[in-house]
Every structure is written in structure tokens, then in C-alpha cells.
Design a binder for this molecule. Structure first.
Ligand code: SF4
Length: 701
């Protein structure tokens, strides 16, 4: 890679699931400047504040520059030998399920592919899970229940072609800014109505036509009421329901039993009845409706049911698979979708195949020539760290993520990392998690590594290297393959580069696939290295064309009978309710200018200037009751831990609720981070934890 490329490098932003194209240039003095790629179909040249500051994050400040063993610098050979030997010894002594990988939506698809192949194919355990479990696992589970496949039917253009966009559990203005800008620009043209469903008055809610500030955990009730309303009115698409779906009567019966009228729903959701009626009438009257959902829906002990409650409404109206219509999950991370494609989740196998069908396991085993392939799902994130804490998992490799801060009940996660016999961390910078590493491996960062990512609309794009790796940092795929070879799997991991890995990944998606499996990018298996280098953003499966038809638009779904499934869901509430001891429901989420645990954005002064310290937003009534003033230091405690944060009194918060950004940790404040407070209770279908609703007590420090 030339230190100073002659032209701008075409790459993609490493932050959110919008997946914006970025043009990066390195000046003679090493300064990196970026601009939005005008030809990338996700952003058409736009970038948000985080993306626009990418050039300021490529310095070597805080970077890991060399491997370490036991806190001392070591050679790559020595470090890789130790990792391979300790994993081999642990497996030989305790079996394949005694080891685990915890990976990240920051990995590129090629990194994910080889990590999954090593763990599931050759170590023979399902124990590889990803921090995407904290992000969109409930959407995956909801899609599979409804469509028979983890498929997002919509594309970004649908938000521009809709007349109504419902954003539920999504502060898109801050979390998916460029997609939100596209929506606002389209609204100027066509007068799109925007409804926001969120307990908090967010920046997104500021711009909407109707804000439904529901009580936390009442989403299912709201959408069940909508389904009951649709079932009684003209918006019901009887032909579509009869020809393309199953389970309608049961879903409507369940919905009507608890949401028989807008008045019931309003009372249960803490809303004005007139607002509920307005929403239902608006949705019923607007054929081109898109419902966008994100972490506010997914990060819940009942997130999968919430997803299905939303999808039910689109199935009942037949508003799916057509321009400007459909349910639309937007992911938090740049490659959450790519990870799903190659089996980054413990309950998936590879190429969208799973463990449920023995034929799938056999097929992948044949393709990989892996006789000892895992035959059952592995531990999901929360359970994986429990197992590390109680000794069932004895060797753990964490790649590109910071669970010591981001996991719920993070204090217990840190204790688990201390207790675990052998912890490997490969990452770009030092984090709260790297403190616990027995072996530390420096990974190549954005700008230094090459591969592909898949954004929220299922569009594959390239990330391209344009910088030399810092110090002796190496690409994740290479580190994983080097360990695999040392463990005795040289033939299966003899990849020369990410292009070769991508070709194998594409070939697996087409292997013994006569069209019965939707995920098929086999046409890309023939890309040579030059073709891979030139690769232009592309959908999988190929869309018929923006503005024309859409995936699933033919009314055929990838279920056994070809029909989409309504799912009968009931309102279950929150995992933990507030009580006299902890009377405030704490919501967690993102700030506009920060990314995850700030390992990258926290190093950019102009991004830090907006919110330089962790700030707790609290309603005026609650602040008065606790004697808190603006700027006070608050002590926020849940049954799992506590943090300190500066008080910001805000009428945006409903009385009885508060908000704390998820980003800060011991690195940037004398704090353990919001994850320390959150409950590890998980959704029974997806395993996703409830990060959004934490009963807390807030007092002046
Ligand atoms: Fe990056 Fe997301 Fe901002 Fe686009 S919207 S520049 S992908 S953070």
C-alpha cells in the first residue's frame, strides 16, 4: 500500500449501519482528509459529523503497536504460538466448548468469515458470538419468524418514496444521520409525514409530525392496537393476507384481546387517546408507509415480539416488498449485516444457514471439508461471559470490541475476564477490555485494512486500505489464519488475502444451492483480485431496481410454504420495573458525535467539544424531588452497579425517566460506563439483552 496514494481511496465509513462511501486522501505530510463519495448510493456525498472527522482518527495516539504477552512486548511469532498452544491445550483437555470467540460488527466480512470457519468448522464449537448481539439480534429473530429468513425487504430509497415514515425506537437524527438527512430532503419534495415512537423527546422527535412518547416497554401494545385497527378497516389487504400469509386470525385475536380500542392502548402506553387515533388513522390511510426500527425496539427482553408486532401491521396491509413500503430494521454497526451473512452469531452457521437443519450443517461441513464441524448453536454474548466467569469457558478471544464497558452488568463481565484462565484481545487501541488480556494482538485499523461490509439495506461495499498499518499491526483475517495454521488447519486457512476469502464466502453461498436459499452471491465467486479491488457497491440479492419492484414483492417468502407468518404477540412489559427503591427508568443510547465506547471518536477534540463528559438528562420534576441542580454530580445506581454523571435538567425527559449516553468508561471519565447499570436479562428468542430500561436511583453525589 503506498503511503501516499496518487488518487483518493474509495472506502466506507466504519461507524454506523448506513454505510456511507468515503473518499480519503493522504497528503505528503501524512495528514488524512476525507469527503463523502458522491457516487456511493448510500450517501451520495453526504457525511455526518463522525464520518467527516474520520481523517482526525488515523493518528497513532493510543494505538497498540506490537503484540504483548503478560503485559510485555513480544514478537508476532511468540504471541501467535502462545495463543494457538493455549487454545489447543484447552480444547484437548476440556473439549471444544471450553473455548469461545467474542467478535464485533467492526470486523470486515472476510475477518468474520475466517473466525467463524475456525470456531464452528475446525474447533467444532458454536461458541462464536458478536457484539451485534447487543444491536440487532431481535430483528434477526423477528425476520426469521415472519419471513423464514433474516431478510430486510426495504432499501434506503423507500424512505424517500414513502408518504409516511414511522421511526420507532430510533433516534435516526443522531444514530443514522445521513439516512435521516435523505428522509428530510425527500420530505421537502413530497411532504412525507413522520411519526416518532420514543419515550424520549429526541432530536428526531423535534422534526416529526407526531411524537408518541410511550412508556418504556409498551411497543407491542401500540402495534397490536394498530393491527386490531387495521383488521377492522379498509386498510386490510384481504387478498394479500389470504394468498401470501398465515396466522392472521391468531395474531389479530391476540392483539384485540389486549388492545381492543385506542383508549385501551392510550391508557397502557401513557399516551393521549387522540394521538393514538391520529397515528392509527394516518397509518391506515397511507399506503406508502415505512416503519423503521432500531435499538429502542431490539434492546429489550421482548425485542423479538416487538419486531413481529411491527411486521404484522405491514403484512396485514400488504405493504411490503413495494417501493415506499415495508418494515425496515436499521443496524447500529457498519458490518452487522455482513456478520450475519457469514455466521457471526452463535446460533447461525454460515451463508445464512443455521443449525436447525442437519442438512445445512452437513453441507457446510462438506464445503469446508470439516468433519468435526459444530452441530449445535453456541453461547450467545451474555451467556458466553457468564460461562467465562464460572469456568465453563476457559479460553476466550475478544476481537475488536470492548465488552468490559458495553455489555450489560459490565462489572460482572470484568470479573469474568479476571476469572477466565486465558484471555486474548486483538484490537486497535487500549481499552478497558485490553487490561484483562493475557495476550494482546495489535489489529489494523480503518484505513489500514481491506475487505467488504454490508450495510442496513443489504448493500455490499468495499473498505480499502490507504495507510500502512501502525507499528506491526496486522489485519484480523491474517491474525486468525495464522493462529488456525498453528493449530493444525493449514490447508483450510491458506488464504493469501481478503479477496481469496471473499471468493470462498461467495462460493459457499451458492454451494448446492438451486435457488432454495435466498442468500446467494455465487456470481461474485469468480471475481479475480483486480475485480475485487474494483468492486462497486451491490445489493444481495440483487434488487429488481430502485424505483421498481422490491425483494419479497412477488408475495413469495422463504418459508416452507412460501407464506409470510403473522406472529401472535402479547404485551409483556419490561424486564425490571421501577419501584420505591429505584424509581427512575434509565434509558441509554448514543450521543450525536460519539461512537461506541469512544475508542476512536473520543480522540477528536471537535467531537468531544459537543459533550465533553457523561451527562445525565433528568426531568425537572425528578430533579426537584432529589434536590438536583443543573451541573451537579449525580450518583446513579441500579441493582448491578453505579456511575457518576453530570446532571442536565431537561424537559425532553418524561417524569420518571432519565437518559445516559452509552459511550463513557474508565478511559474517558472516572466511571464504569452505562453498561455497568444495565440488566443482563435477555430476549428468549434472540438472546439480546435489555439495555434500554434500567430502574435506577439518582441522588446528589
Ligand atoms: Fe458514517 Fe453513519 Fe455518519 Fe454515514 S451516517 S458518515 S456511515 S456514521
Amino acid at each position: 500500500i503506498p503511503a501516499t496514494p496518487a488518487a483518493e481511496a474509495r472506502t466506507t465509513c466504519p461507524y454506523c449501519g448506513v454505510g456511507c462511501g468515503v473518499l480519503a486522501r493522504v497528503a505528503a505530510d501524512g495528514e488524512v482528509t476525507v469527503r463523502g463519495d458522491p457516487d456511493h448510493p448510500a450517501n451520495f456525498g453526504r457525511l455526518c459529523s463522525k464520518g467527516a472527522a474520520l481523517g482526525e482518527t488515523t493518528g497513532h495516539d493510543g494505538r497498540l503497536l506490537a503484540p504483548e504477552i503478560g503485559g510485555r512486548a513480544a514478537s508476532w511469532n511468540a504471541a501467535l504460538d502462545v495463543v494457538a498452544r493455549r487454545f489447543r491445550e484447552t480444547i484437548d483437555r476440556h473439549g471444544p466448548d471450553s473455548v469461545a470467540f467474542y467478535v464485533s460488527g467492526q470486523l470486515l466480512t472476510e475477518d468474520y468469515y475466517v473466525a467463524n470457519k475456525l470456531m464452528k468448522g475446525f474447533i467444532g464449537s458454536g461458541n462464536i458470538d458478536t457484539n451485534s448481539r447487543l444491536c440487532m439480534a431481535s430483528s434477526v429473530a423477528g425476520h426469521r419468524r415472519a419471513f423464514g429468513e433474516d431478510i430486510v425487504p426495504g432499501i434506503y430509497a423507500d424512505l424517500e418514496e414513502a408518504d409516511l415514515v414511522v421511526l420507532t425506537g430510533s433516534n435516526a437524527a443522531w444514530c443514522h444521520p445521513v439516512l435521516y438527512q435523505r428522509l428530510l430532503a425527500a420530505r421537502e419534495e413530497r411532504g412525507t409525514r413522520i411519526v416518532v415512537v420514543d419515550p424520549r423527546r429526541t432530536a428526531t422527535a423535534d422534526e416529526c409530525d407526531l411524537h408518541l412518547a410511550i412508556e418504556p416497554g409498551t411497543d407491542v401494545l401500540l402495534f397490536n392496537g394498530l393491527l386490531a385497527h387495521i383488521a377492522e378497516g379498509r386498510a386490510l389487504d384481504r387478498d394479500f393476507v389470504a394468498s401470501a400469509t398465515s396466522g392472521f386470525a391468531e395474531a389479530v385475536a391476540a392483539a384485540s384481546a389486549e388492545a381492543s380500542s385506542p383508549a385501551d392502548v392510550a391508557a397502557g402506553c401513557g399516551l393521549a387517546e387522540a394521538d393514538v387515533r391520529l397515528f392509527y388513522e394516518l397509518f391506515a390511510a397511507t399506503e406508502r408507509s415505512v416503519t423503521v426500527y432500531s435499538q429502542g425496539v431490539n434492546q429489550s427482553a421482548h425485542g423479538t415480539d416487538k419486531v413481529n408486532a411491527i411486521i404484522n401491521c405491514h403484512l396485514a396491509t400488504g405493504r411490503i416488498g413495494r417501493p415506499g413500503m415495508g418494515p425496515f430494521s436499521v443496524t447500529g454497526q457498519p458490518n452487522a449485516m455482513g456478520g450475519r451473512e457469514v455466521g457471526g452469531l452463535a446460533n447461525q452457521l454460515a451463508a445464512h444457514m443455521g443449525f436447525e437443519q442437519p442438512a445445512d450443517v452437513d453441507r457446510v461441513g462438506r464445503f469446508w471439508n470439516a468433519a468435526g464441524i459444530a452441530r449445535h448453536a453456541g453461547l450467545k454474548a451474555v451467556d458466553m461471559f457468564r460461562a467465562a466467569g464460572d469456568g465453563r469457558v476457559k479460553a476466550l478471544w475478544i476481537m475488536g470490541t470492548n465488552p468490559a464497558v458495553s455489555m450489560p452488568d459490565a462489572g460482572r463481565v470484568r470479573a469474568a475476564l479476571k476469572a477466565c484462565e486465558f484471555v486474548v484481545v486483538s484490537d486497535v487501541t487500549r481499552t478497558d477490555t485490553t487490561l484483562h488480556a493475557d495476550v494482546l494482538l495489535p489489529a489494523a485499523a480503518w484505513g489500514e485494512k481491506s475487505g467488504t461490509v454490508t450495510n442496513s439495506e443489504r448493500r455490499l461495499s468495499r473498505q480499502r486500505a490507504f495507510l500502512q498499518p501502525a507499528g506491526s499491526a496486522r489485519a484480523d483475517w491474517r491474525i486468525i489464519c495464522d493462529v488456525a495454521r498453528r493449530m493444525g488447519y493449514a490447508d483450510a486457512f491458506a488464504f493469501e488475502g481478503p479477496a481469496a476469502i471473499f471468493r470462498e464466502h461467495a462460493a459457499l453461498s451458492a454451494y448446492e444451492n438451486d435457488g432454495e436459499r435466498l442468500f446467494d452471491i455465487g456470481a461474485l465467486a469468480g471475481l479475480d483480485d483486480a475485480g475485487y479491488e474494483r468492486f462497486e457497491p451491490a445489493f444481495w440479492p440483487q434488487q429488481p431496481g430502485e424505483g421498481a419492484g422490491r425483494l419479497l414483492g412477488d408475495g413469495r417468502f422463504p418459508t416452507a410454504d412460501g407464506r409470510a407468518r403473522f406472529v401472535a404477540v402479547r404485551q409483556e412489559g419490561v424486564a425490571l420495573a421501577v419501584d420505591g427503591q429505584r424509581p427512575i427508568a434509565l434509558n441509554t443510547g448514543r450521543s450525536r458525535d460519539q461512537w461506541h465506547t469512544m475508542t476512536r471518536t473520543g480522540r477528536v477534540p471537535r467531537l468531544m467539544a459537543n459533550t465533553p463528559e457523561p451527562t445525565l438528562e433528568i426531568a425537572p420534576q425528578d430533579a426537584r424531588r432529589e434536590g438536583l441542580a443543573d451541573g451537579d454530580l449525580a450518583h446513579v445506581s441500579s441493582r448491578y452497579g453505579f456511575v457518576r454523571a453530570k446532571v442536565s435538567i431537561s424537559a425532553r425527559q418524561k417524569p420518571g425517566s432519565a437518559f445516559l449516553p452509552m459511550h463513557w468508561s474508565g478511559q474517558f471519565a472516572a466511571n464504569a460506563g452505562a453498561g455497568s447499570l444495565a440488566t443482563p436479562t435477555t430476549d428468549p428468542f434472540s438472546g439480546q439483552p435489555e439495555l434500554k430500561n434500567v430502574p435506577v436511583r439518582i441522588v446528589r453525589e
